[in-house]
Design a protein around this ligand. Structure first.
Ligand code: ZN
Ligand code: ZN
Length: 194
C-alpha cells in the first residue's frame, strides 16, 4: 500500500531538474526502472524531444519507444519486405532474428521435451481420427486400443460396452476384474499396470 500526502499538506516537489536524456545509439527498451524513467522524462520534456527528433530519423520509432513498445511498424525492409522493426536499433525484426539465431534474449525457446510430447500427442490424435486402432480379443472380451491410449472394451456376456475403460470407476474395474481374469489380461496387454 502506498501512502499519499496527508490531508492538509502540500507535497513539495524536488527542485532538482532531472538530467536530459542522451539517446544516441540504442534506445533502451528494457523494463528496468532506469529505462522507464528515461522514457518518462523524454515524454514530458520538450527539450529532449527536440534533441531526439534530430537524432532519430524515424519519428514512429521514437513514438513507439515513448509508448514502451519493443517493435514498431516502420520502413519496409529491402531484404525481406517486412515493415516490423525493432525499436531498440531500428533494425528489421525478422532479419534480426534470422541473423542472430543464438541470441537467447531474442528467442522464445520451447523446451524440446514438451515440444516432442506435443507433437507426439498431435500425431496420436491424428492417427485416432484416421481410424487407426489396435484390436484384440481375450476369451469373450474384445478390446480396442487407440493411438491416444484410450482403451475400449466389450463383453456381450456381461453387457459391458465401454468406449473409454479409464472412465469406469476403479472400484468397479476391480470388482469385475476379480472374477474376470480375461479382462485383467486385456488391461495388461493394453499397457495398464494390473
Ligand atoms: Zn529532457
Ligand atoms: Zn528484413
Amino acid at each position: 500500500m502506498s501512502r499519499g500526502p496527508k490531508a492538509g499538506y502540500i507535497r513539495v516537489l524536488s527542485p532538482v531538474v532531472p538530467p536530459h536524456v542522451d539517446i544516441r545509439g540504442k534506445l533502451n527498451t528494457g523494463a528496468s526502472a532506469q529505462a522507464q524513467r528515461k522514457r518518462e522524462h523524454v515524454r514530458g520534456c520538450v527539450e529532449c524531444q527536440r534533441r531526439t527528433g534530430g537524432q532519430i530519423a524515424d519519428p514512429y520509432r521514437l513514438a513507439a519507444w515513448l509508448e514502451g513498445a519493443k517493435v514498431y511498424d516502420g520502413a519496409r525492409c529491402s531484404k525481406c519486405g517486412s515493415t516490423r522493426r525493432r525499436v531498440r536499433d531500428g533494425s528489421c525484426y525478422g532479419c534480426h532474428l534470422k541473423d542472430s539465431p543464438l541470441d537467447p534474449s531474442q528467442r522464445v525457446r520451447v523446451p524440446q521435451h514438451s515440444r516432442d510430447g506435443w507433437l507426439a500427442r498431435l500425431d496420436e490424435k491424428r492417427k485416432e481420427a484416421a481410424g487407426e486402432v489396435w484390436a484384440f480379443e481375450v476369451g469373450d472380451w474384445r478390446a480396442r486400443v487407440y493411438p491416444t491410449g484410450r482403451l475400449a472394451v466389450d463383453c456381450d456376456r456381461l453387457h459391458i460396452h465401454s468406449e473409454d475403460w479409464a472412465k469406469v470407476p476403479p472400484a468397479r474395474v476391480f470388482e469385475i476384474g476379480t472374477s474376470e481374469p480375461d479382462l485383467v489380461e486385456v488391461m495388461r496387454r493394453a499397457g495398464w499396470s494390473v
